[in-house]
Design a protein around this ligand. Structure first.
Ligand SMILES: Nc1ncnc2c1ncn2[C@@H]1O[C@H](COP(=O)(O)OP(=O)(O)OP(=O)(O)O)[C@@H](O)[C@H]1O
Ligand SMILES: [Mg+2]
Length: 354
């Protein structure tokens, strides 16, 4: 395992994932790629790493990367203002003049789009067709897509959902026209479930899960960091493969903090989050949560198979709260990171005491 520096911080090797994306981008675009996974598992980082280290180094690639987390989008107008700019010539001629985070339309076209006189997505496709004719390989990446959820396009024909229009556009770019790769990331798996259960989108999509690090990877990394076997086992037991949590523990240990004390404190914080959220539910829901907690502590996950809608909705709230992780493909609920198993253990112990 290599630990390199990426964006001024240590980057833990994600060889398998990097290889997957690199070979994905070599192929002809056929389907939308959805990247999902537990909170802070490293989805954004690994995709950004591949763009910076592989795609941007190859002049053939034409890349647009939109991170919606960094932007406040409240309407179709602000969506246009954020991602599209006016350039003197068409985008294909202005490559390099506009950044990776914006798309340029020539003045007249831009004004027409703004006034909704022409369809944004149709015009976008025409620009991409020009690029592909020039032998460019196009890649569009959208991070935190769920932020487009409540935005509507209002025009003479009534109201349309921006997200729906956008996803249709993505299907057209990949499955139908093979013009551009479209990679969509989201940390919201309830949103992924909606997509996964939409027959048309499911058929035109692939899903890839970026999970926390595996045990072997954590062991190897912590060995490089100079931790003893006992310390490594302890870190794995509490934190699993959560990269940001491991980075935090490493900096604490380097500053002389007692490892076991720190981990127990983290477990306590996880418990307080659970306790606080539980206060919002009725006794019978708390009782049900207890059975979920027992199964997660015992097996590492809770199965969603055959579960009734009300229970799924209840668990979805825990996923929205980012305490649990809802995987609609595996039909399982996992803790969002291993520290929540420790939090659940504390909850069960206290529940039995009452
Ligand atoms: N391979 C890695 N090596 C070192 N640090 C990493 C690595 N991957 C992620 N990180 C760090 O972990 C944190 C979370 O990563 P990142 O934001 O990429 O996760 P994410 O899955 O996109 O999160 P979210 O669910 O919030 O979208 C960041 O601070 C990032 O710098
Ligand atoms: Mg992210």
């Amino acid at each position: 395992m290599r630990i390199e520096t990426y964006r001024r911080a240590p980057f833990v090797d994600r060889e398998e994932e990097v290889e997957f994306f690199v070979s994905w981008f070599q192929e002809v675009p056929q389907r939308i790629l959805w990247v999902y996974g537990p909170k802070s598992s490293g989805k954004t980082t690994v995709v950004a790493y591949v763009i910076d280290n592989y795609l941007l180094k190859n002049k053939k690639f034409w890349i647009k990367y939109f991170n919606l987390r960094e932007t406040l989008i409240s309407s179709y107008e602000s969506f246009i203002d954020t991602f599209f700019v006016e350039v003197e010539k068409s985008e294909s001629e202005a490559v390099g003049k506009v950044g990776i985070n914006v798309f340029g339309f020539s003045g007249e076209i831009y004004q027409k789009i703004k006034k909704k006189q022409i369809n944004l997505f149709k015009t976008f496709i025409e620009e991409l067709e020009r690029l592909v004719k020039k032998k460019k390989r196009c890649v569009i990446v959208i991070d935190e897509i769920q932020k487009l959820r409540d935005i509507y396009i209002k025009n003479g024909n009534g109201e349309r959902e921006l997200l729906k229009e956008f996803l249709n556009f993505c299907v057209s770019l990949t499955k139908e026209r093979h013009l551009s790769h479209v990679v969509i990331l989201t940390s919201n798996t309830i949103f992924i479930e909606r997509i996964y259960n939409d027959a048309r989108l499911k058929e035109t999509s692939d899903f890839v899960k970026i999970d926390h690090l595996k045990k072997e990877q954590v062991k190897e990394w912590l060995k490089i960091e100079g931790l003893s076997k006992k310390e490594i086992d302890l870190v794995w037991e509490y934190l699993g493969g959560s990269i940001p949590r491991i980075l935090k523990v490493l900096s604490q240990v380097k500053n002389g903090k007692n490892l076991k004390e720190f981990l127990e404190q983290e477990a306590w914080f996880a418990y307080t989050e659970i306790d606080e959220f539980l206060a919002e539910f009725k006794d019978e829901e708390v009782e049900y949560f207890k059975s979920v907690a027992e199964e997660i502590v015992e097996k590492g996950y809770y199965s969603l198979e055959g579960l009734k809608k009300d229970k799924r909705e209840f668990l979805a709230m825990w996923a929205e709260r980012e305490i649990l992780f809802y995987d609609p493909l595996e039909l399982k609920i996992f803790p969002n990171s291993k520290i929540y198993v420790k939090g659940l253990e504390i909850f069960l112990k206290k529940y039995k005491e009452v």
